[in-house]
Ligand binder design. Structure first.
Ligand SMILES: *[C@@H]1O[C@H](CO)[C@@H](O)[C@H](O)[C@H]1NC(C)=O
Ligand SMILES: *[C@@H]1O[C@H](CO)[C@@H](O)[C@H](O)[C@H]1NC(C)=O
Ligand SMILES: *[C@@H]1O[C@H](CO)[C@@H](O)[C@H](O)[C@H]1NC(C)=O
Ligand SMILES: *[C@@H]1O[C@H](CO)[C@@H](O)[C@H](O)[C@H]1NC(C)=O
Ligand SMILES: *[C@@H]1O[C@H](CO)[C@@H](O)[C@H](O)[C@H]1NC(C)=O
Ligand SMILES: *[C@@H]1O[C@H](CO)[C@@H](O)[C@H](O)[C@H]1NC(C)=O
Ligand SMILES: *[C@@H]1O[C@H](CO)[C@@H](O)[C@H](O)[C@H]1NC(C)=O
Ligand SMILES: *[C@@H]1O[C@H](CO)[C@@H](O)[C@H](O)[C@H]1NC(C)=O
Ligand SMILES: *[C@@H]1O[C@H](CO)[C@@H](O)[C@H](O)[C@H]1NC(C)=O
Ligand SMILES: *[C@@H]1O[C@H](CO)[C@@H](O)[C@H](O)[C@H]1NC(C)=O
Ligand SMILES: *[C@@H]1O[C@H](CO)[C@@H](O)[C@H](O)[C@H]1NC(C)=O
Length: 837
């Protein structure tokens, strides 16, 4: 509680910094571009439009005058995230950063020698390229006429891994690999010995190498997080994907405005840091190598590393140190060897003890060893598969990954005290424990089990007796369901309607799904079944045994905000039923898992149709009008017709799902808010939503009402008519935003140009123009000028004939704080930020 409050306060401070630096800088530094006429000379620098990053000349040390060109965070402490002339510093102040004759971005010294070049061969003259420092910190060299990026610094990752970057590897070749490389030392940015990238051989994991030797590994990705760290709570927004052609990517997408990034320091330590305004310094939120045991293979083969033990390393049961002398002196690198050979390895000529097969010993909560091999076996097949293959030395089963097996040596095992995996390694039968001992164990186990059960039954009976007497809960055996929700810390920010009791009741009304059932339906949450990323976690498609197709939204267990959104979604959607809202079939709360099960929308999101050229043509005007109307009806139901008044707060194309007949259904209620009786406006400290769809009063002051949804609806109308994303205007000549462009055309009388050229407009021109007109009315700057959704619908259907002239819309020219949206991340992410006061 105290901690989260602190975090909130820190975030507020951070955001305040960005806001203030943004606004005061904008007035006198607007330049974020380099071209032939505007080079940067030492000691100059340029600033990204949002004021977060700078690009220019700097020195790292007072001991020498080496001058470098690079990008750094615009904070009081010099924090360089990217360097151009890493190993060729200038030794005087004659440097020049400019565009060369061949269109490349170059760093020149006083004698005009090229110290660094973007070095792309591209047929353009210097006049036609320019370099732009984007808000994300990405420096792009672009063709000025087409705006196409021909080179970008995000594809040449230095020691810093920022939001918007990706690491990548090709499992078949070394081509197109993107790795991060450490500096040689804190004062020397030339290439150091440590690199970080995706593992090219095994299940997807991140590895830090010392030269060619592994130095740290994250453990495999389970669809939500890397399972090789005990503490996994503090980094969000990492996502691992593959393109089915052997390329594996790890992206870093999440941004909550505050300054956070990963740093691979010159000692090979990977840190996740954030800027703390109060300290005027960076603070580590997370360290990859926290203890000795995090360093790769610390204990050698077949040994367990436990940072809590006096002696760090110990051999697995049934193994002994290879070199006991060294082992005793604290040198564990020789590892351990097997005491008794496995039964299956014995020669058939030797006498085999019949019926005494090898077995497995279990280790709980561990970091599993490296070099796991994925097998398609289900949980119960995993063990027998391993047992029947003599080269299999161990197996583990992890949800989200499935069955993993090892053959040969086991290296880099670590004992956690929580999280981690259950791990089973193979030993000869005789190591499983003597028969007598075993019997004794069985007796003890039975005794313990029986007494536990007795106590548990007694407790249950007592609980039922108590609850029945108090009359507070029903007698349905729903304790199982209720329990996980009861302790969730999320009641502070909700209106009265969301009291704990009503919440519990709502959850009880939902049909429940078995975890096993969903596991089978989604093929163990196989990556191939992943549909995308919802508000609070990944979404998978699946097929129930009766053939029904479902979409399963799985809460990332590391996200507390996700938990809040999950709960919120349950609350909101379980109360609602409308043909233009996506239908919730039920939920699943078992073990650590929390999931929502929806009907599957085979056509996915509107964005996939609208902005994706081949499919765009399927959407003729009739279909688009149907979508516009459907979304409007859904919104009307939320605002007016349901028993409650609900503000969606994150309406956007990707949250509009399409069914077989392309009927729209509004989804993703993670951000939605329920308004009590006569409340019609609220303020929040936490602004959530998606840039470009957020109304100005909400984005800037946190005020939201049904009119903020109307704004998003207006934005959607313009996107549907034009077939263009708001963000497609980023860096464009035409205008700064879709709204700005529309407004320009509207005033110049060319508004018909907005209409998507891929859509035949014959016969519908008036209707389409009316739609644009209504769209403009919905995105007006002042909330009170915007029509309520009911009026907007009447306007669209021409029930209201005469439309007022729209006033100047929001964001027609000025920029609000901009989310760094660049070539690397074309999606529009839902963001969360804290309002500045
Ligand atoms: C960047 O430029 C500003 C003025 O434009 C200057 O005050 C600042 O010292 C420069 N930063 C560095 C690291 O040289
Ligand atoms: C600076 O570097 C150049 C070569 O890059 C060298 O010729 C020159 O002597 C150096 N000057 C100083 C003062 O070190
Ligand atoms: C530029 O790239 C070419 C190959 O594409 C390479 O041979 C050359 O050494 C590079 N030049 C520099 C200055 O990096
Ligand atoms: C570069 O731009 C000039 C005019 O701005 C144009 O005449 C020339 O053809 C362009 N060159 C290329 C290679 O596109
Ligand atoms: C990195 O590897 C080199 C050579 O293998 C070794 O000498 C050095 O100690 C290693 N560095 C660390 C920090 O382990
Ligand atoms: C440890 O023993 C195994 C055999 O059990 C052997 O293959 C390995 O090379 C040994 N390692 C060292 C460092 O002696
Ligand atoms: C540890 O043992 C290995 C051989 O098992 C040896 O090569 C290495 O030098 C030893 N390291 C130290 C620090 O003694
Ligand atoms: C198995 O038998 C072969 C000869 O048949 C022998 O060379 C080998 O050493 C034996 N292996 C073991 C583990 O006893
Ligand atoms: C046994 O395991 C090895 C390595 O894991 C694998 O290559 C081999 O195909 C397996 N054999 C069988 C029969 O499954
Ligand atoms: C128990 O739940 C069922 C449906 O889940 C419901 O029909 C029944 O009324 C409930 N019983 C009580 C006592 O609440
Ligand atoms: C979308 O447009 C708004 C203006 O409406 C602009 O401020 C915002 O930065 C744009 N969003 C993106 C992601 O380009």
């Amino acid at each position: 509680m105290g901690l989260s409050l602190w975090r909130e306060i820190i975030q507020i401070l951070q955001v305040t910094v960005i806001f203030t630096s943004c606004f005061c800088l904008k007035s006198f530094v607007a330049e974020n571009t380099i071209d032939l006429n505007n080079p940067v000379t030492d000691p100059g620098n340029i600033t990204s439009k949002n004021g977060v990053f700078r690009l220019g000349f700097f020195s790292l040390s007072n001991n020498n005058n080496f001058r470098y060109v690079g990008i750094w965070y615009n904070v009081p402490k010099l924090t360089v995230v990217w360097v151009a002339n890493k190993d060729k510093p200038l030794n005087d102040s004659s440097g020049l950063l400019t565009i060369s004759k061949d269109g490349n971005l170059v760093v020149l010294n006083g004698k005009k020698d090229v110290l660094w070049s973007s070095n792309v061969s591209y047929k353009a003259s210097a006049i036609n390229t320019s370099a732009l420092l984007q808000d994300s910190g990405n420096l792009i060299l672009q063709d000025a006429s087409s705006g196409k990026a021909i080179w970008q610094s995000f594809e040449h990752v230095s020691n810093s891994f920022l939001v918007g970057m990706r690491l990548s590897v090709n499992m078949n070749s070394n081509k197109d690999e993107i790795k991060s490389t450490s500096w040689r030392s804190n004062e020397d940015p030339s290439f150091g010995v440590f690199t970080m990238g995706m593992d090219p051989y095994n299940l997807p994991q991140v590895v830090v190498w010392n030269g060619s030797l592994p130095y740290w590994r994250s453990g495999p990705w389970n669809g939500q997080f890397f399972i090789g760290k005990q503490s996994r709570g503090s980094y969000h927004g990492l996502d691992v994907t593959d393109d089915k052609q052997g390329n594996v990517f790890m992206g870093f997408t999440y941004s909550d405005v505050s300054l956070k990034y990963f740093l691979l320091d010159s000692d090979g330590v990977l840190k996740y840091r954030h800027w703390v305004e109060g300290k005027q310094d960076w603070e580590d939120l997370w360290l990859a190598q926290e203890t000795e045991c995090d360093f790769y293979g610390r204990c050698g083969l077949f040994a367990m590393c436990n940072p809590k033990n006096l002696q760090l390393c110990s051999c697995l049961k049934g193994f002994e140190p290879n070199e006991s002398a060294e082992w005793n002196s604290g040198n564990f690198t020789s590892g351990c060897k097997r005491l008794k050979p496995l039964e299956c390895q014995r020669n058939s000529s030797q006498v085999q003890e019949v019926g005494k097969r090898d077995g497995f010993l279990k280790l709980g909560t561990v970091k599993i060893p490296d070099f796991s091999v994925w097998s398609s076996g289900l949980e119960d097949e995993c063990q027998s598969q391993c047992l029947n293959n003599c080269s299999c030395t161990a197996y583990a089963y992890y949800e989200g990954i499935g069955c993993m097996q090892w053959d040969g040596g086991l290296i880099d095992l670590q004992q956690f005290s929580n999280n981690g995996a259950d791990f089973y390694f193979r030993v000869a039968h005789s190591e499983l424990g003597g028969d007598k001992k075993k019997q004794k164990n069985v007796v003890i186990a039975i005794t313990v089990t029986v007494s536990t059960v007795v106590v548990a039954i007694a407790a249950c009976l007592f609980w039922f007796w108590v609850t029945k007497r108090s009359g507070k809960y029903g007698t349905n055996n729903s304790g199982l369901i209720r329990h996980p929700f009861k302790n969730w810390p999320l009641f502070s920010d909700y209106s009265k309607d969301m009291s704990e009791n009503s919440m519990t009741k709502k959850v009880e009304e939902l049909p429940l799904f078995d975890f096993e059932q969903l596991l089978i339906a989604t093929n163990h949450f196989h990556l191939a079944n992943k549909l995308g990323e919802g508000g609070f976690g990944p979404v998978y498609k699946g097929k129930l045994q009766d053939g029904q197709l479902i979409a399963v939204k799985r809460l990332s267990s590391c996200s507390s905000q996700g938990l809040e959104e999950f709960m919120n979604e349950v609350m909101v959607i379980s109360k609602l039923q409308h043909r233009n809202l996506v239908k919730l079939l039920g939920c699943c709360i078992e073990r650590e898992e929390k999931m929502l099960v929806y009907e599957l929308m085979p056509n996915k999101g509107l964005d996939a149709f609208l902005f994706d050229s081949p499919k765009q043509e399927l959407l003729d005007w009739r279909k688009r009008a149907n979508i516009i109307e459907g979304v409007g009806r859904g919104l009307l139901y939320l605002h007016r017709d349901s028993r409650l008044k609900i503000i969606h707060r994150d309406l956007k194309a990707s949250n509009i799902l399409l069914d077989e007949e392309l009927n729209p259904k509004i989804s993703d209620f993670g951000m939605a808010r329920i308004f009590g009786g006569n409340e019609d406006q609220a303020r929040t400290m936490r602004v959530v939503g998606t840039y470009g769809y957020m109304s100005p009063e909400y984005a800037m002051h946190g005020r939201f009402s049904e009119k903020s949804d109307v704004f998003s609806y207006g934005m959607l109308l313009l996107e549907i008519v034009s077939g263009r994303r708001n963000s497609s205007f980023y860096n464009s000549e035409q205008s700064i935003s879709l709204i700005g462009y529309t407004w320009k055309l509207w005033n110049s009388g060319d508004i018909a140009e907005l209409i998507d050229p891929k859509m035949s407009k014959e016969g519908f021109e008036m209707e389409i123009l009316r739609c644009i007109h209504v769209g403009l009315l919905c995105v007006q700057d002042s909330a009170k000028d915007r029509p309520p959704i009911s009026t907007a619908l009447s306007m669209l259907s021409s029930e209201i004939d005469h439309l007022p002239q729209p006033n100047k819309p929001a964001f027609a020219e000025a920029h609000v704080v901009q989310e760094g949206n660049d070539g690397c991340s074309a999606n529009q992410f839902t963001i969360t930020m804290v309002e500045a006061r």
